[in-house]
Design a protein around this ligand. Structure first.
Ligand SMILES: NC(=O)c1ccc[n+]([C@@H]2O[C@H](COP(=O)([O-])OP(=O)(O)OC[C@H]3O[C@@H](n4cnc5c(N)ncnc54)[C@H](O)[C@@H]3O)[C@@H](O)[C@H]2O)c1
Length: 264
């Protein structure tokens, strides 16, 4: 087989080896369902051992459905630094280290800005932005120690534009994109890459109400050049790529995966 040299760490790997996650250890927040669950399945399929963290009890079932041995579950409500610290430490103990972190846990609340409740503002900012940053800090500490790691934060199209009736979510996702770049600048020289994905409309439990509203559904599908909702599986390729050595020269990027929405 023809070998293509890569120069990152003086390693020589085949393209196939660069995509492999064999022996890698991954933590995925929000792994009970949706995009986080798709991420966990994708990373596992490429060889990683995975820990899924979620506030939903059904994360245990979700991990068992992937693999009773190489997939693990932690039930934790990721609010605040202490909860994040405890869950991350437990995950690292289970795995014996961490090479990959995917921050997927997220919530959304929609209502007119004038009446937006303080509790919802604080909840959305706490889970989507603060938890993402604390998870990066916690897992990042192990990665910096070992001199390697890949962090993938899930931002949103709402990192680029403001939407309607969704100010806290838009603020949190803009923040995720900026935190990603900030951490990338600090950690790139120490072997830890930090990137974000900005998904467009992906069919999950997060947007059931939008899909049930036929008028909104029609508007969305007309606006997406590929003419359909994305699926968690549509995100797996990019997540695997960013987690692997195949993306060794990519850091600080916020990559859209949106069926062409942003280009329109
Ligand atoms: N679905 C989309 O169209 C879309 C688009 C852009 C970005 N995103 C982002 O992708 C990520 C995943 O969303 P999804 O669509 O899969 O939604 P989802 O609701 O299906 O999954 C989110 C998961 O996060 C978990 N979670 C929420 N709060 C938590 C907390 N405090 N502690 C632990 N776990 C918690 C939920 O229990 C759930 O399992 C979110 O960050 C979301 O903002 C989704």
């Amino acid at each position: 087989m023809r070998r293509t040299p890569i120069y990152g760490k003086g390693l020589e790997m085949t393209a196939e080896q660069r995509f492999s996650l064999e022996g890698k250890k991954a933590i995925i927040t929000g792994g009970a369902r949706g995009i986080g669950n798709g991420a966990a399945r994708g990373l596992y399929d490429c060889g990683a051992e995975v820990v899924l963290i979620d506030k939903l009890e059904k994360v245990k079932e979700a991990a068992a459905a992937i693999d009773p041995v190489r997939a693990h579950a932690i039930v934790a409500d990721l609010h605040g630094k202490d909860a994040v610290h405890a869950a991350c430490r437990e995950a690292v103990e289970i795995l014996g280290g961490v090479d990959i972190l995917v921050n997927c846990a997220g919530v959304q609340f929609r209502t007119v800005a004038k009446d937006f409740p303080v509790e919802q503002w604080e909840d959305v900012l706490s889970v989507n932005l603060s938890t993402t940053f604390y998870m990066c800090q916690e897992a990042g500490a192990y990665m910096l120690e070992q001199g390697s790691g890949s962090i993938i934060n899930i931002a949103s199209m709402l990192a680029y534009f403001g939407g309607h009736w969704i100010p806290a979510y838009a603020a949190s996702k803009g923040g995720v994109a900026q935190v990603t770049k900030s951490l990338s600048n600090e950690w790139a020289g120490q072997g830890v890459r930090v990137n974000a994905i900005a998904p467009g409309y992906i069919a999950t439990d997060l947007n059931t109400s939008q899909r049930e509203n036929k008028e909104e559904e029609r508007w969305i599908l007309n606006r997406v050049p590929l003419g359909r909702w994305g699926t968690p599986e549509d995100l797996q390729g990019l997540i695997i790529f960013l987690a692997s050595q195949a993306s060794a020269f990519i850091t600080g990027a916020v990559i859209p995966i949106d069926g062409g929405y942003l280009a329109r």
